[in-house]
Design a protein around this ligand. Sequence first.
Ligand SMILES: [Fe+2]
Length: 399
Amino acid sequence: MKRFLLLLFLLTGWAVSAQENQNIEIQHVRYKCYPYLQHVTETSFTVIWTTNMDAVSWVEIAPDDGTHFYNEVRPKYYDLRGLGRRPIGRLHKVRVTGLEPGTTYRYRIMMQGVLNADNRKSIVYTEGYGMDILHHKPTKVTTLKKDYDHLKFAVVNDMHEHDSVLRADFKDARGKYDFVLFNGDMTSSIDKEEDVVTNYLSSAGELFAAETPLYIVRGNHEFRGNDALKWYDYMDNPGGKTFYTFKYGKFFFIVLDSGEDKPDSDIRNLGIMAVEPYVREEAEWLKEVVRSEDFLNAETRIVFSHIPPEPNGWHGNRMVSELFVPILNEAGIDLMLCAHIHKHRVDPIGTTDARFPVVCNRNQTLLECDLDAKRLKMDFYDENQKIWKALTYKVGSFK
Ligand SMILES: [Fe+2]
């Protein structure tokens, strides 16, 4: 009888233990949003990604010299948003600095999932994970050169959450462009911050942006939804605002934040907008930009603005006309590339208050730009990814 009771006790213990083991879910940290490049300069770049669970992260860098990635200990770069303490979270933003211009490097995003953080006592990690993002080998990034004779870049706008269309537009984009720019309204409303990941950023990272610099322009719809302000956490723009400049040698680009389309006081703005003071502050910044050495020394100057200027149009159009166009008219630019109206439109010089051409790209369709010292050639694609129109403008008049 005693032996029977002992056996029963052991069997019961084993069964309970097996049941407990079944209830322990083994967690692995993995990327959720593919990594994408932001703010690439001659000596630095930022890579941003998200994970499926809270994690601490870092990036490892190696030269593109044929050595195995594990040939030696590679330099590590950490997420410094924690001001010296490594952030535990799902959004990871690591800036890599101290690089050489015009040089290709390999990088790996590295992470450890955090199962439990008990204040000062302990942190329980998952196993570490280093990601070969593409092609089962470390991803490559090339810093900007000091000068360029030629640039090829692509623009889309007003995708309004059509991730599958974005994927079709960029299905062959890997390695094809010097940069890609999203010219606003990639979402219709940012109700949850994951929207920016699922609607376009993860596809961008998967298809091209892990290796190709991505610039993002704010559209009026990026002002909408409960998590609209979190949208900016997913960017790293030069200068740290939603309006900024960047340059590729003698080619200079200005990115404007053209605000909401209706007045701040409009009932549909829910009493939550302060766009007008913000774009007035932006106009003061623009006055400084056109006085900067980079602008004055540039041979080609192109401006991106989601909303096009129209003095008699909606409030947003009028604000662009009144606040930005006079500064740009005075300073001199080659061209403004816009979006927002969901159709192709060309406003030649003399047809609006702008003393430069304004070109609007259709919604959800690709615009490919081929730029050299003398001309900008634009190929406009249709919804079947076929070129339906080409335009060429003379540029370089500011030599
Ligand atoms: Fe828009």
